[in-house]
Design a protein around this ligand. Structure first.
Ligand SMILES: [Zn+2]
Length: 365
């Protein structure tokens, strides 16, 4: 089936029951906030763009295995690849990486074949998978000046290769739905601040660019055409605004996984209003969700005690939200009211999957 805007909306109405799933008893066993450092964890979304030992060592001290994600932005990809290889060698067993390919030569002869050779080279060097980024769908244009989506036939040989060889793909395709909403409808205060300051990235103001729905539909087409592709939609697959919508997509695409990187606040926004729904979602799909922080260490200036402290707080805050029922934020703005965000207190078995076991299985770590 090809996903168009119309059947995207139609499919979205097919609901999946999410409430009533989170009734845990003390016998399930729970972690405390203090267990954070003791439990072995994997952060599958970390950008370490410098060959510094500070963060791998810090992660190790907190029992974190880091997956360093190359991305077609910032430092040249060849340099990112070199750094990823060096760090994997320096920290065997606690540092891994995902490669990323350039789309600069898209549409030129040899693009697919050259990209596949680059993928092979990365996999031989130990890459666990590949990341594709939002430049596909939102920046890249073809010779006719049209935006190139991820389901473009020009990418088909590449995704065929990744599917055949069962090489995991992390897709950051699209952006949060808020990016396409007028300022007075944007849900999160942080998103409102960002798009007020950066109108150039606020897609609501750029109707000439692809719509939210068309980007989501392109990803669905990719997964429909490549049903065996091992795919993780990072940033909650840009479906962060609705656990029901994520559930619909996970039902339609049995090989699709999600990571929570940089979108935990969207889960919190929903759980403040309906905790049972969010806890029910993470319980029902406990085999399909992985932890990632989307931390970026871009320059040597980032390897400071202050940055370490910020990262520690973020990691601990995310853990507290998923593992405990303590207060995470005193005041989250929901419409005109301020609400207290408390944690979901998911059982140990669910935490072990989200923080470790799903990533071990998916990436073969
Ligand atoms: Zn990222």
């Amino acid at each position: 089936m090809t996903f168009t805007r119309r059947n995207f909306i139609k499919q979205s109405l097919a609901g999946v029951a999410l409430t009533g799933l989170h009734k845990f008893s003390e016998a399930d066993g729970f972690y405390a906030l203090d267990d954070f450092a003791k439990v072995p964890k994997i952060d599958i979304h970390f950008h370490l763009n410098i060959a510094s030992n500070t963060f791998p060592e810090f992660g190790k001290s907190l029992n974190f295995h880091l997956v360093n994600v190359n991305v077609a932005a910032g430092r040249p990809l060849k340099e990112q690849f070199e750094i990823a290889k060096i760090m994997k060698k320096r920290f065997p067993g606690t540092m891994d990486f995902l490669g990323a390919f350039s789309v600069a030569d898209f549409g030129k002869p040899g693009f697919a074949a050259n990209t596949i050779s680059y993928i092979k080279e990365n996999v031989q060097a130990g890459a666990l998978g590949f990341k594709v980024w939002k430049n596909i769908g939102m920046v890249l244009k073809n010779d006719l000046g049209k935006f190139v989506m991820v389901d473009d036939p020009g990418f088909t040989p590449i995704f065929n290769y990744l599917e055949q060889h069962q090489i995991p793909v992390m897709g950051h395709l699209g952006e949060p739905k808020n990016c396409w909403l007028p300022l007075d409808q944007i849900t999160l205060a942080s998103d409102l601040r960002y798009y007020t300051r950066h109108p150039e990235y606020h897609m609501y103001k750029h109707p000439e660019a692809p719509s939210y729905e068309s980007l989501i539909a392109a990803t669905e087409n990719l997964l429909t055409r490549h049903p065996k592709l091992k795919y993780v939609g990072t940033h909650l697959a840009s479906l962060e605004w609705s656990v029901d919508e994520m559930a619909n997509h996970l039902e339609r695409h049995p090989n699709m996984m999600l990571d929570v990187a940089a979108r935990m606040d969207h889960l919190q926004y929903q759980s403040v209003q309906d905790k049972a729904r969010v806890a029910g979602f993470l319980t029902k799909y406990q085999d399909r969700v992985m932890y990632g922080s989307d931390t970026t260490i871009g320059t040597d200036n980032d390897a400071t005690p202050e940055t370490k402290d910020i990262l520690h707080k973020k990691w601990l805050n995310d853990w507290g939200y998923l593992a405990t029922d303590s207060v995470i934020f005193e005041n989250m703005k929901i419409g005109d009211s301020q609400r207290v965000v408390t944690g979901l207190k998911l059982p140990k078995a669910v935490l072990n999957k989200i923080y470790r076991e799903n990533a071990q299985r998916f990436f073969k770590i």
